[in-house]
Design a protein around this ligand. Structure first.
Ligand SMILES: CC(C)(COP(=O)(O)OP(=O)(O)OC[C@H]1O[C@@H](n2cnc3c(N)ncnc32)[C@H](O)[C@@H]1OP(=O)(O)O)[C@@H](O)C(=O)NCCC(=O)NCCS
Length: 268
């Protein structure tokens, strides 16, 4: 997580001593785009055409103002940034180094969100709250997390480092390090390190709980019904094979009768 700013700062306590000066943060925010967007070509292009970069640059300043107690100014400038970029970052949000929002349109980051280093968000991501209660109500993202387009992470829980959140997932619970989460509500579909006990346990639990195609697990009543149907099917099969025996017998008798008539006619 960033050593520049801490969640304590939001709480009005003294901000963690910062060894990283603003310009260095900004330079890193621009340079990291080269690694994460294959379409990027040069710094001028990134500085002039990436709304995600504009939004984080504005946020670095707004967050500094927020921590200095200039709360109205911070919120006003963050609103101006939102008008220009369509990205809404509350100035209280704590964001780590080398943060990148690709495309950006419709991203919302709530006040008590904490984001680690090297995190990437795509358009339409919401890092939001579910309760009106003041205090920590938005998620904490570890380092190196990727959040796919349109995903919503809602609540004051942690999404571990190296996690990948699938596009359009809705994540409502803590996610262990290295997990890949997809769907609504978000379920773990893979663990980066298969020997990670925590991730594996959650993966197994989610797989167990997953009701494919929204079909519930069979109840006792369903099981009884299936048993009854099996019983009826066995009875029908027994009757059918009796019927087949009778038909075969009649068939043989009829064939014998027909051949008798034919020999009489030919006199053989
Ligand atoms: C979640 C994600 C990171 C997984 O990628 P991956 O590790 O390569 O995983 P896979 O593609 O092998 O998918 C694993 C399983 O999850 C499913 N899955 C993948 N992404 C999903 C999603 N967003 N929603 C629902 N299910 C998804 C796959 O169908 C697959 O299921 P299966 O095992 O039953 O076949 C990726 O699919 C994703 O959503 N990335 C975000 C990309 C994005 O937002 N791009 C925007 C660019 S503008």
């Amino acid at each position: 997580m960033t050593d520049a700013i801490s969640y304590q700062a939001i709480q009005g306590k003294k901000a963690t001593a910062s060894s990283i000066v603003m310009w260095k943060l900004i330079k890193e925010d621009v340079n990291c785009v080269f690694d994460r967007d294959p379409a990027s070509r040069n710094s001028l292009e990134i500085l002039t055409t990436y709304p995600g970069v504009h939004a984080i640059l504005a946020h670095r300043i707004n967050h500094w103002l927020w921590n200095k107690g200039l709360k109205w100014l911070a919120r006003f400038l963050s609103n101006v940034s939102r008008w220009l970029t369509a990205i809404d970052i509350h100035p209280g949000a704590t964001i780590g180094r080398r943060f990148f929002i690709d495309h950006g349109l419709g991203v919302v980051i709530g006040e008590t969100t904490e984001i680690g280093d090297d995190v990437t968000l795509y358009q339409g991501v919401t890092l939001g709250g579910r309760k009106m209660k003041p205090g920590k109500r938005h998620p904490t993202l570890g380092d190196n997390v990727i959040v796919g387009a349109g995903a919503k992470i809602l609540g004051p829980f942690r999404v571990g480092s190296n996690c990948r959140i699938g596009s359009n997932a809705v994540v409502l619970n803590e996610v262990p390090d290295g997990a890949t989460v997809v769907g609504i509500p978000g379920k773990i579909v893979a663990c980066q390190d298969p020997s990670d006990a925590d991730c594996k346990r959650r993966f197994e639990a989610d797989r167990e709980a997953f009701d494919s195609y929204a079909v519930d697990a069979p109840t006792e009543a369903h099981k009884d019904e299936v048993e009854q149907l099996r019983h009826e099917l066995a009875q029908l099969q027994a009757r059918l094979s009796e019927f087949e025996k009778v038909v075969t017998k009649h068939d043989a008798a009829f064939s014998a009768g027909e051949s008798g008539k034919a020999s009489l006619k030919t006199g053989s």
